[in-house]
Design a protein around this ligand. Structure first.
Ligand SMILES: *[C@@H]1O[C@H](CO)[C@@H](O)[C@H](O)[C@H]1NC(C)=O
Ligand SMILES: *[C@@H]1O[C@H](CO)[C@@H](O)[C@H](O)[C@H]1NC(C)=O
Length: 171
């Protein structure tokens, strides 16, 4: 037979203590890595799944990708995870896109944890500033932002972008 809580107020105290210690454990982590996106050829990691091509606009195009996250801009550097998500060309006026990406970590302490990135890519060049809206594993309740910039250009078969993630989390 299950034992019953003997003293509800002591349970409340324990809950408050855990809540307060959880807040105290909040930390901010900076992650730095490189996003490798192969845009054509048999090893493409990014595909166009919808494109109406009514005219010269890219509006409405949808790309889905499963890109490698590596330690450095070198394609043979250590794999630390994948960037799995989509980009939808969502501006009538320019080439900007809405992106929704899960950063899925597969190495070391972060193996099995994810971060969910959501935001707008305004241009291919320059710094892109997007939100971290959540996460899983060590990144439950995560909030933060990601700054990224292309380091190997858009004419290459594999486009490489440098990512700096600043994330506040509790675990
Ligand atoms: C593309 O098509 C849209 C909708 O039909 C139209 O509004 C727009 O002006 C066209 N753009 C160009 C560059 O032709
Ligand atoms: C990551 O976790 C998975 C599932 O637990 C495991 O199979 C894999 O070996 C781990 N990888 C590393 C590099 O620790």
């Amino acid at each position: 037979m299950a034992s019953r809580p003997s003293n509800p107020s002591s349970l409340l105290f324990l809950f408050l203590f855990m809540t307060i210690s959880g807040i105290a454990a909040q930390k901010t982590t900076h992650l730095h890595f490189y996003f490798h996106e192969t845009v054509r050829g048999p090893d493409a990691t990014s595909i166009v799944v919808a494109s109406l091509h009514k005219n010269s606009s890219t509006f409405g195009d949808i790309h889905v990708f499963d890109n490698a996250l590596r330690d450095s801009a070198d394609p043979s550097s250590k794999l630390i995870g994948r960037a799995q998500g989509l980009a939808a060309s969502s501006s009538l006026a320019d080439l900007s896109a809405l992106t929704a990406i899960n950063l899925v970590f597969t190495a070391g302490e972060l193996n099995g944890s994810t971060l969910t990135l959501f935001g707008r890519v305004a241009e291919v060049t320059g710094t892109v500033d997007r939100s971290i809206i959540g996460g899983s594993g060590l990144f439950r309740l995560a909030r933060g932002f990601v700054l990224s910039r292309t380091v190997v250009g858009s004419t290459a078969t594999t486009v490489v972008a440098e990512f700096d993630v600043y994330v506040t989390h509790y675990y």
